[in-house]
Every structure is written in structure tokens, then in C-alpha cells.
Design a protein. Structure first.
Length: 259
């Protein structure tokens, strides 16, 4: 083949490639990598002792295998020195707004900004995200997004083993829960949720709660309450609530800060 013919063939292949990229902007499979590193220095005023620690070191990947099938995986390299698999599930989106997830995923009663190290407003989580129950389990979660007039809304429902992560167990009855959400993270948002957690014959908890938040251009305020009742032991109850807020402002650009 002559040099002229080679150049023509190369140009035609390049044109076809550009045309394909323009008509098919998404190439599957897709993936995105995310991660969180949280290091701490602590000082005990009573004893005078101090320490450095790596509280969280998370690495995750998520994306789509096709237009309908997605996936998510996340590991914790160091949770106070322990290795954990956190998220490990596949999702199916048969119609617009509906997502069906199978595997190890979050239960639908917690907000990411109270349990995820990357989204926490303060150094530690609120007690709601720390002492009530584990935030993940193995099971099935359905999530449907829709609108009520002009207000975005979503409804979630999940069924789980009712045990813990990385430990599948046989159950006569599954744990289940749901959440109803109105609004978005920008502006006014409110959710209402419940979870029926049957772990053992003596540990049959029922959780319910609600939250309300508003986020402006550079400020936000959030409040939430959650209650836990033991269906078999009246004295075993827990109630927690919090109010928190933040205001963001710019600093002049210096050697240490970017405006």
C-alpha cells in the first residue's frame, strides 16, 4: 500500500472514530475511584497523654457495566487498625428513577452527613450515627425518585439479614425498613424513616425518626431525632437528637490558603 493510500485509510478511520465518539458519548464499563483519609491527634487534658491515629482510610470504586447495571465497592483499610469490606453491591435500573440494589449496602435510616467520614461536619459523628445500630447490612434495597409537583421526592425500602456486615446468616424473618424523602440537599430537605431490626429473640428493635435541614449558598443548619424501642424489653430504649450548623466564608489567598 502506497503512502498516499495509507494516509487516506488513516484519515477515514480517524473520522469514523470521531463520529462514534460523538454519537456514543458514554463508553461502558465506566468507573470512578473515591477515597477518604482521616488522621487524628488527641490530647487528654486530665492525664497529659497524647496520641496520633489513623481513624479512617477508605478506598472505593463505582460505575456502570451497562446503561442499566451499576456496581459499588468500598473497603476500609484501617478502622482503628482493622480491615473491613464496607460496600459491595450491584444495582439494576430498569426504568428512569428506579434503582434495585443487591448485596452489602447501607440501611435506609441514616444520612451520609452523619455517618460518612468524608461528609461529617465535625471530627466525630453524632450519637445517632454511632450508638444506635450498624449502618450497613447484607440484603436488598429499592429506591424510587419522583416529583410531587415541583418538589423532588424519593422512597426507599430494604430487606436485610439483620445481623452485620461481612457475616451472612440464615434467618426465619428478615429485618426491613424504609425512608420517605422530600426536597434536595440544596434548599429545604426532610426525611421520615423506620427500621424493624430482628437480630435475636431478645433483640427485636424498632427504630423510627425524622430530620430537617436547610442549605443556603454558604450556610446550612440540620436537626434530627431517632428513637429505638425493644419490642420485648420495655426498659431497653434509646432516644437521641442533635442540632448542628455551619457557615462558610472565604479567606484571602496566602501561602497556606487558596481563595
Amino acid at each position: 500500500m502506497s503512502l498516499k493510500n495509507q494516509l487516506v485509510a488513516t484519515f477515514m478511520m480517524f473520522s469514523l472514530l470521531l463520529s462514534a465518539q460523538e454519537t456514543d458519548s458514554v463508553r461502558y464499563p465506566t468507573f470512578k475511584v473515591d477515597g477518604t483519609m482521616k488522621n487524628k491527634f488527641e490530647y487528654a487534658t486530665k492525664t497529659g497523654n497524647s496520641r496520633f491515629s489513623v481513624r479512617n482510610s477508605r478506598v472505593g470504586i463505582h460505575g456502570y457495566l451497562t446503561n442499566y447495571f451499576g456496581y459499588r465497592g468500598q473497603i476500609e483499610l484501617s478502622d482503628n487498625g482493622n480491615f473491613k469490606v464496607l460496600d459491595l453491591f450491584g444495582s439494576f435500573e430498569p426504568v428512569k428513577g428506579l434503582s434495585l440494589s443487591f448485596g452489602q449496602t447501607g440501611i435506609p435510616i441514616f444520612n451520609s452527613y452523619t455517618i460518612s467520614p468524608a461528609n461529617l461536619m465535625f471530627a466525630n459523628r453524632p450519637f445517632i450515627g454511632k450508638y444506635f445500630i450498624g449502618t450497613r447490612d447484607i440484603g436488598f434495597l429499592a429506591d424510587y425518585n419522583f416529583k410531587i409537583g415541583v418538589v423532588p421526592a424519593s422512597i426507599e425500602f430494604g430487606a436485610y439479614n439483620g445481623n452485620t456486615i461481612n457475616d451472612p446468616v440464615w434467618r426465619e424473618k428478615l429485618s426491613y425498613g424504609g425512608r420517605l424523602e422530600f426536597g434536595t440537599m440544596k434548599g429545604l430537605r426532610s426525611t421520615f424513616k423506620f427500621y424493624d431490626y430482628l437480630n435475636t429473640p431478645k433483640v427485636n428493635y424498632f427504630f423510627y425518626g425524622a430530620d430537617l435541614r436547610y442549605q443556603g449558598d454558604n450556610w446550612k443548619v440540620e436537626t434530627e431525632f431517632m428513637k429505638r424501642n425493644n419490642k420485648d424489653v420495655d426498659e431497653d430504649r434509646m432516644l437521641s437528637y442533635y442540632v448542628q450548623g455551619a457557615y462558610a466564608f472565604s479567606l484571602k489567598e496566602t501561602y497556606f490558603f487558596k481563595n
